[in-house]
Design a binder for this molecule. Sequence first.
Ligand SMILES: NC(=O)c1ccc[n+]([C@@H]2O[C@H](COP(=O)([O-])OP(=O)(O)OC[C@H]3O[C@@H](n4cnc5c(N)ncnc54)[C@H](OP(=O)(O)O)[C@@H]3O)[C@@H](O)[C@H]2O)c1
Length: 382
Amino acid sequence: MPLAILTTTVSLFHSFQLNPHRPFIASHQKAHLETTKPSVRITSLGSLSLTSNNNNAQFSHSTRPLRIFSRSGELERDPGHSPAMTSATANGSQYKFLIYGRTGWIGGLLGQLCAGQGIPYQYGSGRLEDRPSLEADLAAVKPTHVFNAAGVTGRPNVDWCETHRVETIRANVVGTLTLADVCRAKGLVLVNYATGCIFEYDEKHPEGSGIGFKEEDTPNFIGSFYSKTKAMVEDLLKNYENVCTLRVRMPISSDLSNPRNFITKIARYEKVVNIPNSMTILDELLPISIEMAKRNLTGIYNFTNPGVVSHNEILEMYRDYIDPSFTWKNFNLEEQAKVIVAPRSNNELDTTKLKNEFPELMPIKESLIKYVFEPNKKTSSA
Ligand SMILES: NC(=O)c1ccc[n+]([C@@H]2O[C@H](COP(=O)([O-])OP(=O)(O)OC[C@H]3O[C@@H](n4cnc5c(N)ncnc54)[C@H](OP(=O)(O)O)[C@@H]3O)[C@@H](O)[C@H]2O)c1
């Protein structure tokens, strides 16, 4: 691919000002930003293009990170990022990501994505609740951004958290807050993979109405200990201006052999409920979370595809694309309650905020077909 060069003199400071989401910029970064703003030009090695959305100057997804040059053509320190990026520029990137959750599903996928995009990254070796170990990671890695995909989710499922409450608090409450606090002290954005399972359909947001819960709505589901603690942490994290909280729900990936995949889970259950829900297609949304870090977006985001899909609709797609002989049985919530310990949340999240930032975001059913069922298609009829 030929080197595409955008020689437009772009004031990053100006574009940050235009963004209503007010990307987080630490005070020492602001000072540096103002001293460097007159002479910045942006060069891309990939398919970078500038797009305009709602009067926000935006970058569309680029296959490789931007590099920032002074008029003299020398690589400069990124005006929007911490001094830590010096080590990242050493191998040609303005980014260096520190990721927690190396052995986990989302953390593992994130590392693969960074490797694929040529973004330098390292996994944290510290435990979330152990502040000195996190500080040691930051000192050693010198990241530009931190991603938290660590926490306890329960094995085989969240019912585990009902009987392991202290362990759940230690990782998901004490740990997450400690990481946010350590990152704040270093002026670093923390992208935190949280959960949208803190809401349930109610009178103002009835099932099937298309009225989803918004980012500013107060959680109304505390049926499980896991969700209860996640809601508490989300509320406390609102006080950390460096944190980007992503409300993930019922994550799905194109890897149908993964037992954590929502599709794989429900295809293996003896009986399933049939309720429309907001869900997260990881193949589409994890790259978006990387882009959100690059834009220094903070605050809460409903991190699901627009719209809802029901259990039966997914299993019908599974039958049509993967296994024509597949059958399943439904049961209702009362019957489900007999085979699980804690109630589960069912809801629709309003994705307007995410869609405004990423207009290309696909509706859930289209994303399911594009990212999951088409690539795994085994039938000729679908
Ligand atoms: N999967 C879902 O259904 C789902 C849905 C919505 C939201 N989320 C959220 O997304 C995040 C990631 O989920 P996931 O499914 O990828 O989780 P996962 O597969 O269970 O992995 C969790 C990761 O966290 C690490 N971890 C646990 N406790 C830790 C601690 N105290 N300090 C450091 N690392 C720790 C684990 O490492 P060790 O093995 O070394 O402990 C593991 O790498 C979680 O916060 C989860 O709540 C997940």
